[in-house]
Design a protein. Sequence first.
Length: 101
Amino acid sequence: MTGLKQDSHNANKGTDRGRELLKHSLQELGAGRSILADKNGNIIAGNKTFEQASALGLKMREIETNGDELVVVKRNDLDLYDGNKARELAYADNRVAELIC
């Protein structure tokens, strides 16, 4: 996917610790959440996730919607009640949100 552009006016400049945790999470656990872009490819939410995913070479898939439906990412390799990976992803998601700012 090409044409996505980070928000140059994003108020969240991020922290080194948050970026490292996000990078580690993407490397070890894979992508768990989507990002949001406008019709022109300008990233509205998920600038730091896009930055790290791009640096790691993760494949990206675009889903178009007009906002009248929630896009659910369903990971077929995760089971919240069997094994630790899903719980680790939930924890990392919450910690990154706290530390990225």
